[in-house]
Design a protein around this ligand. Structure first.
Ligand SMILES: [Ca+2]
Length: 144
């Protein structure tokens, strides 16, 4: 077993989830899965995951909900996260296609790989603040 990398320590603040984010070297975060954790800041987003934050500025230094995923999520109500997202960090090489309605419908907005945004109201009339309801994860079309 390899030693725990110090950069993973920032994830420890999360509430108990079904996944252990401690003790891996990135392998754990690369597993398929979607879960809610409590945290704040870009450093709390596991590598290889898309992180949708409940509050502005990546929860603005106060732990709050983060929806962490690397797979399609057809309905945020499954995670008590419907119409709650306010900022994001896409810490993955894939594109997150965000939708204002469940089942990938309504307005949509692409979350570019390795890109972040502290305020979803900045994306205008596509998917705004407290509006996202589903997300699809797709390959980056520029990586071929
Ligand atoms: Ca919505």
């Amino acid at each position: 077993m390899r030693a725990i990398r110090s950069k993973m320590a920032a994830v420890i603040c999360g509430a108990a989830t079904v996944f252990s984010l401690v003790g891996g070297t990135g392998t754990a975060s690369a597993e398929e899965g979607t879960f809610i954790m409590m945290g704040s800041g870009l450093a709390d987003c596991p590598s290889g995951s898309l992180c949708l934050y409940q509050n502005l500025d990546y929860n603005a230094g106060a732990d709050a909900m983060i929806l962490v995923t690397n797979q399609h999520v057809p309905d945020f109500r499954q995670f008590d996260f419907n119409d709650r997202m306010s900022s994001y960090y896409n810490n993955a090489d894939t594109v997150g296609h965000l939708y204002s309605d469940a089942e990938y419908s309504g307005y949509s907005y692409a979350l570019s790989p390795r890109h972040s945004c502290p305020d979803m109201s900045e994306v205008g009339n596509d998917v705004g603040n407290d509006a996202a309801s589903s997300v699809a994860i797709r390959p980056d079309p520029t990586l071929n």
